[in-house]
Structures are given as structure tokens and as C-alpha cells.
Design a protein around this ligand. Sequence first.
Ligand SMILES: Nc1ncnc2c1ncn2[C@@H]1O[C@H](COP(=O)(O)OP(=O)(O)OP(=O)(O)O)[C@@H](O)[C@H]1O
Ligand SMILES: [Mg+2]
Length: 228
Amino acid sequence: MSMIKIEKVSRNYKTGETVVKALKEVSLEVDAGEFLSIAGPSGSGKTTLLNLIGCIDGIDSGEIYINDQPISGMDKTQKTTFRRNNLGFIFQTYNLIPVLSAYENVSFVLSLLDIPADEIKRRTYEVLKEVGLEGMENRRPAKLSGGQQQRIAIARALVKNPQIILADEPTANLDSKTGEEILKLMKKMNEKHGTTFIFSTHDKMVMEYASRLVLLHDGSIVSDERRQ
Ligand SMILES: Nc1ncnc2c1ncn2[C@@H]1O[C@H](COP(=O)(O)OP(=O)(O)OP(=O)(O)O)[C@@H](O)[C@H]1O
Ligand SMILES: [Mg+2]
């Protein structure tokens, strides 16, 4: 059984009279623990696909199963709970809360779950240390570099121990050296915790780190290649 099974999924966007077929009957199966990159040119459907897997956007036809559970049947509350319990997100623009410290940006996620205060503290410090932010816990995002801000976002995604982390162009706002460090960190977390990572990119360097590379073009998968 695949952890994620995408079956002939389509997503159309209507703008006025025109319909954009953002995804055309895409099928894909992802196993637990994969480190998978979704690549393709601008407009090929990468963000659309990640948003569907992440239950952020709705499917027009087809189905996505996560752990055998079809996601199209879930109502809004079920989707929110599902996201909270199973998924972590990393974004191109970090999406941190500017008035909160690094520590608070991460602990906030746990405070939404039913977790005792001392455990929240322990887990937050531990994950911030893991991503290399020890000693920077009290700084606000604006007082940190882009790479450090993305490390907070990785810590925030990891702290719940989700099965799946979805990352939409996580290195697009970083210089290539910092981007590579972030990729190495993601890979390390994938290996250490067995977390499944699905990340989109149009950067060749980022694709090099993937253990599986799925290429999208005009809303269709045109290649699916496993490496090493
Ligand atoms: N909210 C929307 N309304 C209308 N069209 C949309 C919307 N979101 C995406 N599209 C269209 O759907 C197609 C796929 O878009 P998507 O954002 O998934 O591409 P992408 O591969 O993530 O591109 P990029 O690399 O630029 O981020 C594009 O043609 C885009 O214009
Ligand atoms: Mg995109």
C-alpha cells in the first residue's frame, strides 16, 4: 500500500470564459519515507498538485488517498484536523509570524494540539537545536537571515512529527549556497525521522538532491525517475 495514492486527478481553474487545465488526470503513488521532487516549468501545475495533496484546494475529478483515506470526502473540519495531525508545510516565503520569536513560531503549532506545557517546551528546544538554531530561540524572524528563517519553518513543520512534509519551492528565495544547506537539512531530517518530503522546484541543484524526480509539463506527468 502506498502512503499517498493520486488517481487520475484533475483541477481546472475558471477565469471568466476561459478554463485553465492546471492538472490533467495526474496519477502518482508515493511511499512512506520518500524524498521526492516535483519539478517543471512555471505554470506546469506544481503548486496546484501540492495544494491538492495538502488538502488546501479541492479536486475536480479523480481521488487522492492518504493512508487509504480518500480526501475528497472530508469536510472542512475533517481536512483541518487531518492537516494538523498528518502534514507539515514549508513555503517559499517562509510564512512565519513576524511578531513571534523563533521559539514561539514553533511552539505555537504544538499549543494547538493537546500537549502538556513542559513537553511543548522540550520538543520546541529540541527541534530548533536539530535545525541549527540553538541560541537563536528568542529572535524574531526579521533578526535572522533567509536561511535561518527557513530553518524555523522546517522546525515548525517537523515539530509535530508529521508523516508528510510538503514544501513549495523551499529554496527559491535563498542564494544557492544557503539553498543547498536547506536541502541537506531536509534530507537529514528525512533520513533521521523517516518523514516523507515532497518538494517542488525549478532549480537543477534542488532536483539533484531528490531520490525521485517527477517532472510536470502542462498539467501532466512527463517523467518519473528514481535515483540511486
Ligand atoms: N487561482 C488560480 N486561478 C486561475 N488560474 C490559476 C490559479 N492558480 C493557478 N492557475 C493556473 O494553473 C496553472 C498551474 O499553476 P501552478 O501555480 O500550479 O503552476 P506552478 O508549476 O506552481 O508554477 P510556478 O513555478 O510559477 O510556481 C497555470 O496555468 C496557472 O496560471
Ligand atoms: Mg508554484
